[in-house]
Write a protein that binds this ligand. Structure first.
Ligand code: AMP
Ligand code: MG
Length: 494
């Protein structure tokens, strides 16, 4: 277990040279304080969690004192936002401090978000709100708890300064960990400014750092593209099966490692509705739940365009044709697990299609439906029937489902246990998150942030001892979203 001063820093991105970033230190802030430290994230980088208690922790991660060994930089990138190319994005308010390897050899980017304007800030203040920082912090934990690749966060640091959004509100900094901060938009930036050699260097950097097993192959760039395509397909299949809506799938929010990245107006689906997006700014529903897979393909096509000096357009097209089949394969596997079925044939596909139809028609809570399903084919629990205006829809679907279970003839106890480790009992419903944010902003009470962090790190199981220590009433957190808060929508800047 290392102290903050003992980190073994690496700076492989820094070594790419100044075309790729602006070197800059974080700006000091007034009166920083710790809001929450995440021991699970500390373990990822081999940091002793006792370090959260040292005054230096807050000093270092607020920018008020240089963190020994860090070499902060703001990355240059661009990207497509809502389908339109924006040539000037870049890290306007975040800095990559460097990379830290833990004992197991896995390397994490350590990144500070909200630490003052960089040369990419375009007139914005370079700061982050407490509200947005809490959302990203807990969003990452919830998504990780579901077994979906994502950034994590080490800590939230509050600051004694207001930030001005739609209203003045408390500011904060977020210490983010990610396997990579290189985005599709990083490649686009160099491609559209006609710097193919920089695209090549970035591709080589990604190969060396993340896919060394491909780096020696003659067709390494094609294999890189294929791997990113598959990882992206797998990621989005995960989102779809969990009912997660990213909300802002711009190409600057997609990494070359296929992880959930940049938590803005994201959400988990309440009642099954493919047209839903929690992003209020997205009037046309470009990033709605039911369009995420298609947008993944669109974004990959944009990444592919940047590689045309390395791979022929014909090969890129061929690779892209594998996206939808790959997505379908991953998605069917995941839905099979959710339904406790192994035979993924056309009858299975029909069953899933019919299920979505009845869930939509009856406006049933997506998460709770699957959680309750593990009791079937025993006694149909009353909870499963809840929410069905038309119980006949459920009965005819259950008949079909029963047949597919029977043809596999599983051990029912084992099946139930396995399904309950796939279908969560607790998800980060936006109203729960808003309650935690409210308490933090209005009363400077951060206990609900901690509670949700603890709860969501294992969303599948009741843990009575831990729950009683943190004052978690499981029934309350597992409940359906109250009517007044269903399909809550958020603006990008709120
Ligand atoms: P995001 O919506 O967080 O993906 O950010 C989109 C772009 O806006 C990125 O280039 C950010 O660095 C920049 N940005 C967002 N908020 C701020 C801010 N408060 N100050 C400076 N840049 C920002
Ligand atoms: Mg972004």
């Amino acid at each position: 277990m290392a102290t903050l001063e003992q980190f073994d820093w690496a700076h492989s991105f820094y070594e790419l040279g100044p075309d790729f970033f602006q070197a800059k230190s974080p700006d000091p802030v007034a009166a920083p304080y710790l809001i929450d430290g995440n021991p699970e994230a500390a373990a990822l980088i081999g940091l002793d969690p006792a370090e959260f208690e040292r005054p230096e922790f807050v000093e270092y991660f607020s920018g008020n004192r240089p963190l020994p060994g860090a070499q902060p930089l703001a990355m240059d990138y661009s990207g497509h936002q809502f389908g339109l190319y924006n040539p000037r994005l870049g890290d306007g308010r975040g800095l990559l401090l460097g990379e830290v390897a833990n004992g197991s050899g896995h390397t994490w980017d350590v990144y500070l978000k909200g630490c003052g304007p960089t040369r990419f800030a375009r007139g914005f203040d370079g700061r982050a709100s407490l509200r947005a920082s809490i959302r990203e912090y807990l969003g990452g934990e919830a998504v990780h708890g579901l077994g979906i690749p994502t950034t994590r966060s080490l800590a939230i640091i509050g600051i004694g300064e207001l930030v001005y959004r739609e209203t003045p509100q408390p500011g904060a900094l977020l210490v983010r960990l990610s396997d990579s901060h290189v985005r599709f938009g990083s490649f686009e930036n160099f491609h559209y400014t006609n710097r193919p050699e920089a695209v090549t260097r970035l591709a080589d950097f990604i190969l060396q750092r993340h896919y060394p097993e491909l780096a020696g192959e003659a067709n390494k760039y094609q294999l890189l593209f294929r791997t990113v395509m598959q990882k992206t397909a797998r990621l989005i299949a995960h989102w779809q099966s969990a009912g997660f809506i990213h909300g802002v799938m711009n190409t600057d929010n997609m990494t070359l490692t296929g992880i959930t990245f940049d938590y803005g107006p994201f959400g988990f689906m309440d009642r099954f509705n493919p047209d839903f997006t929690p992003n209020q700014t997205d009037g046309h529903g470009r990033y709605a739940f039911g369009r995420q897979a298609e947008i993944g393909h669109w974004n990959l096509a944009k990444l592919g365009e940047t590689l045309t000096h390395l791979i022929t357009p014909e090969i890129i097209t061929e690779e892209l044709e594998q996206y939808q089949p790959a997505f379908n394969r991953f998605y069917n596997e995941l839905m099979g697990q959710k339904l406790g079925l192994e035979i993924l044939d056309s009858e299975f596909t029909t069953l899933v299609g019919k299920l979505f139809h009845i869930l939509y028609e009856n406006q049933v809570d997506y998460t709770l439906f699957f959680r309750n399903l593990s009791a079937f084919p025993g006694e149909v629990p009353a909870s499963l029937r809840q929410g069905f205006n038309n119980p006949k829809d459920l009965d005819s679907w259950l008949d079909m489902y029963r047949k597919l279970i029977e043809r596999e003839d599983p051990d029912l106890n084992e099946r139930k246990a396995t399904m309950n480790q796939v279908n969560p009992r607790f998800i980060l419903r936006n109203y729960l998150l808003e309650r935690a944010i409210d308490k933090a902003m209005k009363q400077a009470d951060f206990s609900e942030v901690e509670r949700l962090r603890i709860l969501l790190q294992d969303p599948y199981n009741d843990r009575p001892e831990i729950f009683s220590r943190y004052g978690i009433d499981p029934e309350l957190y597992a409940a359906e979203t109250p009517e007044s808060h269903v399909e809550m929508r958020l603006s990008c800047s709120a």
